[in-house]
Design a protein around this ligand. Structure first.
Ligand code: GDP
Length: 333
């Protein structure tokens, strides 16, 4: 591990303009090389050796809130309203937002909406916004989101909002990073209830019906309630709230609900977070191994040919690759 990382952690902890730059670099590192996330834990342990007043574990945000729902339902307007309300309520607490777009190859706030949003909070030093896109593969993206969230925890963010652009399978996967998932619905978004049946119902800890100022929101509210009552496989009574992100009604109630749920449920989160982290780290180790083996296989096409001809088995070649990979590592040292 590089000393750079330790120094970045030290700077990020110290705060100030230098700290903000260091945090930004750490976030980019987690985004570009998600499998390096475990190095953050090691760096933390080393920094802590010099300063025993630091917590034993890398600090986590109090709440990782996932916000998902169809495009246009008002997710980014809602997370914006939440950021503003959280900051007003608690000016000493920092807030992070991670906007995730699994379908886009672009990154770094390339989306116009993100730029607009970043400008809105640009003067607020307590708000950290980061956009992540697929670029690599999805596993890497999910781990990248976790890495960025951990850096946000490191610099003391109280709440981190993880907002996805859509409702596909990839978004569902990304929301599994969150402690609580809010599914946003809005009137005039096609058949929202139908969409719920396509998989969103299972991941929702709470539902937010947005655009309460619009006609049809009341109908949607009652449709959702009755559909939840009918559904047998739902989680225990998810909460349903009616808000208007634009007119900022229901936002304080939403925050109060999130605070209560966090208080009631957060005792279970460290174990859950740990379990997920374990799975992710294993995944990234396997990814690394697979990448190296794939490279080796690509440089010896004759092995594949032999399998096709029937002169060797798949197991033979796999064994050979593993042996070659471990020899290569020895010679690389
Ligand atoms: P996202 O795609 O889910 O992130 O949705 P956006 O936040 O970009 O919002 C989509 C559109 O809905 C924008 O034109 C918003 O101004 C509008 N919108 C968001 N929240 C509300 C609301 O509470 N009421 C009304 N009337 N419009 C809203």
């Amino acid at each position: 591990m590089t000393n750079d990382l330790i120094q970045l952690v030290e700077f990020a902890l110290a705060g100030g303009p230098k700290g903000i730059r260091a945090a930004g670099r750490l976030m980019s590192l987690m985004e570009d090389s998600p499998w390096r996330l475990p190095e953050l834990f090691r760096a933390w342990a080393q920094v802590r050796e010099q300063d025993q007043s630091l917590s034993e574990q890398l600090p986590m945000p109090r709440l990782l809130l996932g916000i998902t729902g169809a495009p246009g339902s008002g997710k980014s307007t809602l997370s914006d309203a939440l950021v503003t309300a959280y900051r007003e309520k608690n000016p000493d607490q920092k807030i992070g937002v991670i906007a995730v777009d699994p379908s886009s190859p672009f990154t770094g706030g390339a989306v116009l909406g993100d730029r607009v949003r970043m400008m809105r909070h640009a003067t607020d030093k307590g708000v950290f916004i980061r956009s992540l896109s697929a670029r690599g593969h999805l596993g890497g993206l999910t781990l990248g989101v976790k890495g960025v969230a951990r850096v946000m925890g490191l610099i003391g963010c109280d709440v981190v909002i993880i907002e996805t652009v859509g409702v596909g399978q990839s978004e569902v996967e990304v929301t599994q990073v969150a402690d609580l998932v809010a599914v946003v619905l809005a009137p005039g978004q096609g058949d929202s209830i139908q969409m719920l049946k396509a998989g969103l119902m299972e991941i929702a800890d709470l539902f937010v019906i947005n655009k309460a100022d619009r006609e049809g929101s009341g109908t949607l509210y009652s449709q959702l309630l009755s559909s939840l009552q009918l559904s047998m496989d739902k989680k225990a009574d998810p909460d349903v709230l009616l808000v208007s992100a634009v007119e900022k009604t229901g936002i304080d109630e939403l925050i109060a609900l999130l605070d209560k749920r966090t208080e009631d449920e957060s005792a279970n989160w460290p174990a859950l977070r740990e379990k997920r982290m374990y799975a992710d780290v294993s995944e990234s180790v396997l990814d690394q191994a697979r990448m190296r083996l794939a490279k080796l296989l690509a440089t010896s096409p004759e092995e594949t040919k032999k399998i096709i001809e029937g002169s060797v088995t798949v197991q033979d070649v796999a064994q050979k690759l593993l042996e070659k990979a471990s020899r290569d590592k020895v010679s690389a040292n």
